[in-house]
Design a protein around this ligand. Structure first.
Ligand code: CA
Length: 334
């Protein structure tokens, strides 16, 4: 009898193992075929397939961390660095308002340099000035010398993905491999003046077959859900102007990332048709008005090539928590 029991026990273990293996293999087959969203695969503990999937991380306004919670700022980039391989993070784009108090705050710039420096040589990234990243807060004294000293062109120009700049590093663009293609990232200084838009137009037109993601500090207002009709702090171009003068006619622009506004909960997205009838996703993420300046919340966009989906996730490395309501976790199509 004991032999029978042992046999039955072994048989049970065998079939249980077979069931697990079959389920796992089936899951993997579907995932590799692009039939399972990346976030479900991640939840199942499966690394992404770099041939078909990749991630872009957006760092929203870090100004409150730079002033009060420097460890939260570094938590963000250390988490990105630690997960760059697992999530195949191809690029990190900071939306501006990196620091809070302008040039009086050398300590904030040091924090910004140190925390963004975690990514140096590890993950390609861009920074762009917001209205707080000026030497003296407010117009007309706004210059960006401290920004350009902290994040000079020389900090990036040796990287093959850093392709160009305008007004020092206030405006820059990068091209990175993305699965079987490439993506172009274009960062534009807050309230971009006409000469900046002329430069940006040239960059986009020089890469007509490369999809582009633009980052600029002030764009979607979460109070209205629309593009801001006014510039933030100087008499140059508003978000609506940037849409009309630059984005709508350059049909390779896929997304626009922004921060700055936090009238509601700092999250909003707007879909607009460009002049070719294609959809442009314009997304706001800014958690600075939340507890502790946002607790390090960042936005992850998981691109899946076979399904042409972009799964957005909002995550706090500090709390190890995802925000999963509909304006924080959603799927786009590209
Ligand atoms: Ca939310």
């Amino acid at each position: 009898m004991p032999k029978v029991k042992i046999f039955l026990a072994l048989l049970t273990v065998f079939f249980a193992a077979l069931a697990v293996l079959t389920t796992y293999n089936g899951f993997m087959t579907l995932y590799r075929a692009g039939q399972i969203p990346m976030q479900q695969a991640q939840a199942a503990g499966i690394d992404v397939n770099p041939e078909t999937t990749f991630s872009v991380v957006v760092l929203p306004d870090t100004q409150i961390y730079a002033q009060y919670y420097p460890e939260t700022f570094c938590d963000q980039t250390e988490w990105i660095s630690a997960n760059a391989s697992r999530l195949n993070i191809i690029f990190v784009t900071h939306v501006g308002d990196i620091i809070n108090r302008g040039a009086v705050s050398k300590k904030e710039w040091k924090t910004a340099s140190d925390c963004m420096g975690v990514l140096d040589g590890k993950v390609p990234y861009s920074v762009v000035p917001g209205n707080h990243d000026v030497d003296v807060l407010g117009y007309p004294n706004a210059t960006f010398n401290a920004f350009n000293t902290t994040f000079p062109v020389s900090r990036f120009e040796a990287y093959p993905w850093y392709r160009g700049n305008y007004n020092n590093n206030q405006n820059s663009y990068q091209v990175v491999p993305a699965a079987d293609s490439e993506l172009l990232f274009l960062s534009l200084e807050v309230d971009a003046p006409d000469d900046v838009l002329t430069w940006a137009d040239g960059v986009l037109k020089a890469h007509p077959d490369t999809q582009a993601i633009i980052t600029t500090h002030s764009y979607i207002d979460d109070g209205t859900g629309q593009r801001n009709p006014n510039p933030v702090f100087r008499p140059t171009n508003s978000a609506e102007d940037i849409w009309n003068k630059l984005i709508r006619s350059n049909c390779n622009v896929l997304m626009v990332m922004s921060g700055h506004f936090h009238d509601n909960d700092g999250e909003s997205k707007l879909e607009s048709l460009n002049d070719c009838g294609g959809t442009v996703y314009q997304v706001l993420q800014d958690y600075q008005a939340r507890e502790s300046g946002g607790n390090g919340r960042l936005r992850i966009y998981n691109f899946n090539t076979p399904t042409r989906t972009i799964d957005a996730q909002t995550y706090s490395p500090k709390l190890d928590q995802y925000e999963v309501d509909e304006d924080s976790q959603f799927t786009l199509f590209w």
